[in-house]
Write a protein that binds this ligand. Structure first.
Ligand SMILES: [Zn+2]
Length: 677
């Protein structure tokens, strides 16, 4: 449901900024400056709109990709550094935000101490794995280590019950793999094979680091790899994880115990400091049956090696340079990055995960004002109105379903900028001991925080993103859109300087309209106004929706972003539906503004042209081939280029704006254009 792609987007080093470049040109209008005049809009609209920028802004060596999110993030990083440096100068009381921020920063930035320590901070736990005499003991350790941030065997978490959004539930899903997903173990294309080799080389390095000679390390790697391949075989594919009903299997703890006789759940929950629950929601029961068999069939020494490599890999980012670099080399097989990002950025990212909201509280005080908050809150209401009109005009939906859709739309909660209520981090044990121990302490705080939610009413005021995040999300269980302050930032511009066309294309369409449409995409439409998974559609209307979704699946299946890899139209349909919906809703709302009706040109561009260029600006982005391949295989979002060229060709206004005609590459026959909302 998340708008932007994974954190890869935020990996960045300082580069020549967009504004420096703009300062030299006649105007500082990104919608003009980013254009590549050698490309016609009808040939490749994405390249026409963004190609000028792409040509002059090389991807930095430390990055997998580079784009608008990085440009915004550069500004945010500078602000966060100021907050951190200020905190280190104060002698603050233990447990205060200032003490935590200051100690976290100074400890993590102390490279001498980090390098001198090596993997010493992990040795005690690694020895406990070695000392275990049974798989049952290992599982108890796995439960305990999970609270510190090293998750093995499977994935467990606590979140809202899909069928009863008033309740939190203990949930289990497939997991336990060292590569991103099951396909990595079975695909045979060149890029995947390269990743498999890099992964095996990485495991062998860890086993040698733990004291084994090369021959033994290679043998251990082969055994662990074979074990993970068996777990991968029992795992579902990306598209098969989309159906919320098939991935919802509520059962009593006793019933779960029956299908996994070798996994003692009472012991596991106790070791994970989690109350013994009556019921569990299991995503993929067949994975648990397969895992249970492996617990007995696989030798305990292989399980030990499996746990040990995971323990080192999970914390490598917070350890000495050698341990970190071994992992970086493996990761770069999927990102294409040529060198690691600078330490200070990695530390800020780690801190973001540990206590981002504490920083956010200080961040918005200094950098987000009430006028901006109001502007975007109003924009949400304009988009809501536009959606209401669209539903009213649908010819394929019955009045009965429409009434429920209106109700759901009206009840979507909007969260804009920052939370009204802040999390209390005072119990988080941040000290000057070591970077890795601070991260483990933060993970334990988060674990307790989640566990404390069990058997309590759901807190609907919470945010799952921090205010300084360049991202946004729709949460179906709360029927809410969450739009952090960071997502509205335009590099080098103050909010008041932005013209309507840019705001409607960049923010209203690509963020607000996109997130609201998630409430009515292939997954979101299956949840009702209260956030419960329940079918509120008439059977015929449901079929009509699927028929239209099929068109967008087909449209995106045709795209080949890298090598011979096609986009997975099925797995990405929710995001593609949200993009198309956002583009339509943003335009509906923009058409009501004086900027549109006056027809006034800005820098020679019509309002309609600027609207589409503003939309394309939200995906100003380029990625390395490795990263693109990784995205196509693991991400439910289509790559940036297709997120622009895919939706625009379904709107007649796009053809009108740029005079695109039959025979142009971007032209799509009217009967093939997708029309859902
Ligand atoms: Zn999305």
């Amino acid at each position: 449901m998340i708008k932007k792609i994974s954190s890869f987007l935020f990996l960045g080093i300082i580069c020549v900024s967009l504004f420096a470049q703009n300062a030299k040109s006649k105007t500082n209008d990104p919608l003009l400056n980013n254009i590549d005049k050698t490309v016609k809009p009808g040939e490749d609209f994405f390249l026409y709109a963004n190609g000028g920028w792409i040509k002059t802004n090389k991807i930095p060596d430390a990055e997998a990709a580079w784009g608008i999110g990085n440009l915004v993030q550069e500004d945010i990083y500078q602000r966060l550094i100021n907050i951190n440096k200020k905190a280190t100068l104060v002698k603050a009381k233990k447990g205060t935000t200032t003490q935590q921020i200051g100690d976290f920063w100074s400890t993590a930035m102390n490279t001498t101490a980090v390098n001198k320590n090596g993997i010493n901070p992990l040795k005690k736990d690694l020895a406990r794995i070695d000392a275990a005499t049974s798989v049952a003991e290992l599982l108890k350790l796995a439960a305990e280590f999970g609270t510190k941030g090293s998750s093995t065997f499977f994935s467990s978490y606590i979140s809202q019950d899909d069928m009863n959004s008033e309740q939190m539930a203990f949930q289990l899903s497939q997991g336990g793999l060292g590569m991103p997903n099951r396909d990595y173990y079975f695909n045979t294309d060149e890029k995947t094979v390269k990743v498999q080799k890099a992964f095996k080389a990485y495991l062998a390095k860890i086993f040698m680091q733990l004291g084994n000679n090369q021959g033994v390390a290679i043998e251990m790697t082969a055994e662990v790899y074979a074990l993970e391949t068996r777990l991968a075989k029992a795992s579902r594919k990306l598209a098969d994880l989309r159906d919320p009903y098939k991935n919802y299997n509520k059962m009593s703890l006793a019933a779960l115990q029956e299908i996994t006789p070798n996994l003692n759940w009472h012991e596991f929950l106790t070791a994970a400091k989690t109350p013994i629950v009556d019921t569990v929601i299991v995503g993929q029961p067949e994975f648990y049956k397969a895992l249970d068999k492996e617990l007995l069939a696989t030798n305990i020494s292989v399980w030990k090696n499996y746990m040990k490599y995971n323990y080192v890999a999970d914390f490598a980012a917070y350890l000495d340079d050698n341990t970190f670099m071994d992992k970086f080399i493996y990761s770069s097989s999927m990102s294409g990055a040529k060198e690691p990002r600078p330490r200070w950025k990695r530390v800020l990212d780690a801190q973001e995960g540990a206590m981002g909201e504490a920083l956010g509280q200080l961040f918005v005080k200094e950098y987000f004002n009430a006028t901006a908050k109001k502007r975007y809150e109003n924009l949400v209401e304009e988009i809501r109105d536009a959606y209401k009109n669209r539903i009213a005009n649908l010819t394929w939906m019955s009045d009965a379903t429409k009434a429920k859709a209106y109700d759901k739309l009206a009840k979507i909660t909007k969260k804009v900028g920052y939370p009204d209520k802040w999390k209390d981090f005072s119990a988080m044990q941040i000290s000057k001991s070591s970077f890795v121990e601070n991260m483990q302490a933060a993970n334990m705080w988060w674990h307790n925080y989640k566990v404390n939610k069990l058997n309590k009413p759901v807190d609907r005021t919470e945010w799952d993103m921090t205010p300084q995040t360049y991202n946004a999300y729709y949460n179906p269980s709360n029927n809410e859109i969450v739009l952090p302050a960071g997502i509205f930032a335009v590099p080098g511009k103050k909010d008041a300087e932005l013209d309507d066309a840019l705001v409607y294309g960049y923010a209203a369409a690509s963020t607000i309209g996109h997130e609201i449409t998630h409430g009515f995409d292939d997954q979101g439409r299956q949840y009702d106004a209260k956030g419960n998974l329940t079918d509120w559609w008439t059977e015929k209307d449901g079929e009509e929706f699927k028929l239209r979704a099929k068109n967008i699946i087909q449209q995106f299946n045709e795209f080949i972003p890298v090598d011979t890899l096609h986009i997975n139209g099925d797995a990405t349909q929710g995001e593609n539906i949200a993009d198309l919906g956002g583009l339509l809703l943003g335009l509906d709302a923009f058409k009501k503004t004086a900027s549109y009706t006056s027809g006034k040109l800005i820098n020679g561009q019509t309002p309609l042209q600027r609207y589409f260029l503003g939309y394309a600006y939200s995906w100003l982005y380029q990625a390395r081939k490795e990263r693109l391949a990784n995205q196509v295989k693991t991400d439910v979002h289509s790559p940036a280029k297709e997120r622009i060229n895919g939706p625009v060709v379904n709107l007649q206004e796009f053809y009108d704006a740029f005079g695109i005609k039959k025979g142009d590459k971007m032209f799509r026959d009217e009967n093939l254009r997708v029309n859902i909302w």
